[in-house]
Structure formats: structure tokens, C-alpha cells
Design a binder for this molecule. Structure first.
Ligand code: FPP
Length: 247
């Protein structure tokens, strides 16, 4: 059973394995991306039901632009279709949609759909669902650094004012708390330039035997259960953590 008093506030997911899953069925890679939508829907619904506050999905990385043109176009079309079909239900479920990444790089139609959906759901107070699109952690850190450098140059802040809190406010994730739980499907054990700053103390869960199109609510429960059974020490000793828990 999950402990409702110890849920991760922010879950991030690297939805990997669509291409390999499709290949296993003898189908084109885009078939895997299409089947990944059911997993997205189920993950979002389960997070909303559980009362998770933030869910951030790695939907398209900066590096993904280098994939074959046909696949990139297919994913962009799928993005438009998914937003159109899913957003009314998200809105009903009080989900607030956001995005992080260089959305000016997206095709005009995809950008428009996305911005409209973000605007439509902006007052919602339930789960914040963030799609990372044309996103990379290094890109985000450089953006933040440039903004801060501009402010120092303009005399708005002093170099001495730059600290973790200030830096985090300039990241694309803005007010979202750091990631508590990062899940990666597909069997690879790497971070792939995702939320580099925000995962500093995240618990990492790699689901080796699950390709993203196979990911279901029970896998999410399993990951949260595993998270709840880990001791998060944040650099302290186990004794210190136990002492603060029992204080
Ligand atoms: C990684 O699998 C997946 C992607 C790069 C795209 C993820 C996109 C979706 C699930 C569909 C769109 C989602 C939304 C929210 C609209 P891969 O292609 O790298 O798989 P592989 O490692 O097996 O090649």
C-alpha cells in the first residue's frame, strides 16, 4: 500500500523505449510513439488521482531534432493530435498544462495548440503537467545564466545575490520544487540531459523490463512504493534523518 502522507511532490519521467517496442512488433518507430500516448494518459490520470503536484514528461529533447525527418514530423503531428484530444479531459480534471524548452523551434501549428492549451488550463489548481519540448538541461542552465548575467550587468542585482534560490527561479521550471522521483523506462541507465539541476537529490528508478508503451498505473505505483522505501538523506547521516523524523 502507498503511504499517502509520503508521496513525491514532483515526479519526472524519461519515456524511453517507444522505438524498440515498435520494432519488436515489426512496426515503424512512430507506431511506438502513438502507443506511448495511452501510457501518458494513464500516468497523468494516476498522478492526478493520487494528488501528486508536479509531473514533468521528457517529450522531445533538443537532441531529438537530429532524428530522421519523418520521425520528427510524426512526433510533432502526434503532439498536435494529443493536445487536441486530451486537453478537454485534462481541463475537467483540473490539470494545469505547462511546457519547458525552446518552443519557438516547434512547428507553428504545434506551438499554437500548445500555447492555447496552456492558456486554457492556467487557472487550474490540481496537477501541474509539464511537457519538456525541445528541452535539454544544459540549454536551460545556459538560459538561466544569461538572464542572471544580464541582470548583474544592468545593476538590478549584485553578483553576491546569486545563490541557489535565485538561480532556480531563472530555470524553466520556475516555481516547481526539485524532482523527488525520476523514472526512466526502456532499460538505459542515464539522465540524457534531463532536468540536470532539479534532479540533484532525486531518487532514480530505472524500469529495465518496461518499454514506455507498456507503462501502466501499476508500474507507477511500483515506482512510488520503491521511492517510499528509500531513505532520503540529502547528504546527512542515517542517524540524523531518523532523529528528525522522530522529533
Ligand atoms: C523515446 O523513445 C521517446 C520519445 C523521444 C518521444 C516521446 C513521445 C511520446 C511518448 C509521444 C508524445 C507525447 C506527448 C505527451 C504528446 P525512443 O524513440 O527513444 O525509443 P528507443 O530508445 O526504443 O529508440
Amino acid at each position: 500500500m502507498l503511504d499517502k502522507s509520503n508521496l513525491p511532490r514532483h515526479i519526472a519521467v524519461i519515456m524511453d523505449g517507444n522505438g524498440r517496442w515498435a520494432k519488436k512488433q515489426g512496426a515503424m518507430r512512430i507506431f511506438g510513439h502513438h502507443h506511448g500516448i495511452r501510457s501518458v494518459r494513464e500516468t497523468v490520470e494516476t498522478c492526478a488521482e493520487l494528488g501528486i503536484q508536479y509531473l514533468t514528461l521528457y517529450t522531445f529533447s533538443t537532441e531529438n531534432w537530429g532524428r530522421p525527418k519523418l520521425e520528427v514530423e510524426g512526433i510533432m503531428q502526434l503532439l498536435v493530435k494529443t493536445i487536441r484530444e486530451e486537453v478537454p479531459q485534462l481541463h475537467k480534471n483540473n490539470v494545469r498544462l505547462k511546457s519547458i524548452g525552446e518552443i519557438n523551434d516547434l512547428p507553428k501549428k504545434a506551438r499554437r495548440e500548445l500555447l492555447e492549451a496552456i492558456d486554457m488550463t492556467k487557472e487550474n489548481t490540481g496537477l501541474t503537467l509539464t511537457l519538456a519540448l525541445s528541452y535539454s538541461g544544459k540549454w536551460e542552465i545556459i538560459q538561466a545564466t544569461k538572464q542572471i548575467a544580464e541582470q548583474v550587468k544592468a545593476g538590478v542585482i549584485n553578483v553576491e545575490d546569486v545563490n541557489e534560490q535565485l538561480f532556480a527561479k531563472h530555470l524553466a521550471t520556475e516555481e516547481a520544487p526539485d524532482v523527488d522521483l525520476l523514472i526512466r523506462t526502456g532499460g538505459d541507465h542515464r539522465i540524457s540531459n534531463y532536468l540536470l539541476w532539479q534532479i540533484a537529490y532525486a531518487e532514480l528508478i530505472f524500469m529495465d523490463d518496461v518499454f514506455w508503451p507498456e507503462f501502466r498505473a501499476n508500474h507507477l505505483y511500483e515506482a512510488i512504493y520503491s521511492y517510499q522505501n528509500r531513505e532520503r538523506r540529502f547528504g546527512k547521516t542515517s542517524e540524523q534523518v531518523v532523529a528528525t523524523q522522530t522529533a
